[in-house]
Design a protein around this ligand. Structure first.
Ligand SMILES: NC(=O)c1ccc[n+]([C@@H]2O[C@H](COP(=O)([O-])OP(=O)(O)OC[C@H]3O[C@@H](n4cnc5c(N)ncnc54)[C@H](O)[C@@H]3O)[C@@H](O)[C@H]2O)c1
Length: 337
């Protein structure tokens, strides 16, 4: 088995590459390291037989010209993500996230099965408008509340990617699975997402402990479970094109309770200080996993408490490596999730 993982040095990408490689797959990783860091985990990958790490910008045609098309699976995870990026440069989000898909579609030849990573943000407008149920299945209408809002650039870029790949798959017969990730978290995901962001502030002893959007509800999915779902979808006889929601529907939590859990796992106590919800952050999110279960038999296995424990453990070590003594961690993105 040969796989090409585009964006394979990022959070989900690296966990996926490690899993595929451990199962004996030959993997080519492509990343421009704009977000995924070239750290010791990537160095360990480079040292593994059967893993090739290529540094390239997938918005550039010459990057694609270098890639061998004779692979069995292609995973497109490369994207500009994160609220900080989206708010700072929505034009870059749209350009990078759509160009990478356009190049993929141009480059593809019949043969490999394709996985495209999309997002629950795509249907968030419909949840806010009250026309989309939660837990949310795949076949709900997509609404863009305000095309000019920087926050919408990410959802719009992924919507364009979904449409490009769906129509390409129908026209050519290339098997395509579009996985919409729902709040995946875990080690090595940077410092901007809600779980590590809270964990780092808790370790710094913040009190009162600020909680943005305390009454918002989410269903968090530990990264190992998300990877299990992706691998099952790609191994199953799912030819597609299929859109499939990926996440954990077993435990919904509000953000205040998540903060209490993080404080507890870190081992500190603090008074919660509710803060406004981030602009255009959806009030409630939980995937309907009926289709994923039907196609693959997948069940989430890592509880929120266990996942937060594993994540906090990893960030303790990470903080010791990168933290500068005495320098507080900024409340980074106001953690919209
Ligand atoms: N983490 C989540 O909960 C979540 C939720 C919904 C969707 N997703 C999607 O899953 C995918 C992976 O997300 P992640 O959380 O691992 O993000 P990430 O930022 O850690 O990974 C994305 C990777 O793409 C790389 N990249 C960006 N632009 C590139 C370019 N032009 N050329 C080559 N590489 C480039 C980055 O360096 C990074 O390593 C993304 O497509 C994201 O939109 C993630």
């Amino acid at each position: 088995m040969r796989a090409l993982v585009l964006g394979g040095a990022g959070f989900i990408g690296l966990h996926l590459v490690e899993r595929l490689s451990a199962e004996g797959c030959q993997v080519t990783v492509v990343d421009d390291f704009s977000r995924g860091s070239d750290d010791e985990r990537v160095a360990a990958l480079r040292a593994r037989p059967g893993v090739d790490v290529v540094s390239a910008d997938l918005t550039r045609p010459e990057a694609w010209a270098r890639l061998q098309p004779d692979v069995d699976q292609v995973y497109l995870l490369a994207a500009v993500v994160g609220v900080r990026n989206v708010e700072a440069d929505p034009s870059r989000v749209l350009r990078v996230n759509t160009l990478t898909v356009a190049h993929l579609v141009n480059w593809l030849r019949p043969g490999p099965k394709v996985f495209f990573s999309s997002t629950s943000e795509i249907y968030a407008g419909g949840v806010d408008a009250g026309v989309v149920p939660v837990p949310t299945p795949e076949d709900v209408p997509i609404m863009v509340a305000d095309v000019a809002s920087p926050r919408m650039s990410y959802a719009i870029s992924k919507l364009a990617g979904e449409a490009m790949l769906l129509h390409h798959a129908r026209a050519t017969g290339v098997p395509v699975v579009i996985g919409r990730f729902h709040n995946v978290y875990g080690p090595r995901m940077g410092a901007d997402h809600v779980v590590p962001e809270m964990a780092l502030r808790a370790m710094e002893g913040e009190n009162p402990f600020r909680v943005w959007g305390a009454d918002q509800y989410r269903a968090f999915c530990y990264v190992d479970d998300a990877i299990e779902a992706v691998v099952r979808l790609m191994d199953a006889a799912v030819e597609g094109p299929e859109i499939v929601h990926i996440g954990n529907d077993r435990e919904q939590t509000n953000i205040a309770d998540l903060a209490r859990l993080v404080l507890d796992v870190v081992g500190v106590s603090a008074t919660l200080q509710p803060m406004p919800a981030p602009d255009r952050s959806v009030r409630r999110r939980c995937p309907d996993l009926g289709k994923l279960r039907r196609l693959t038999g997948f069940e989430p296995t890592v509880s929120l408490t266990e996942g937060v424990r594993r994540t906090v453990d990893w960030y303790r070590g990470w903080r010791q490596t990168i933290a500068m003594p005495g320098q507080p961690t900024a409340a980074r993105d106001r953690t919209p999730v």
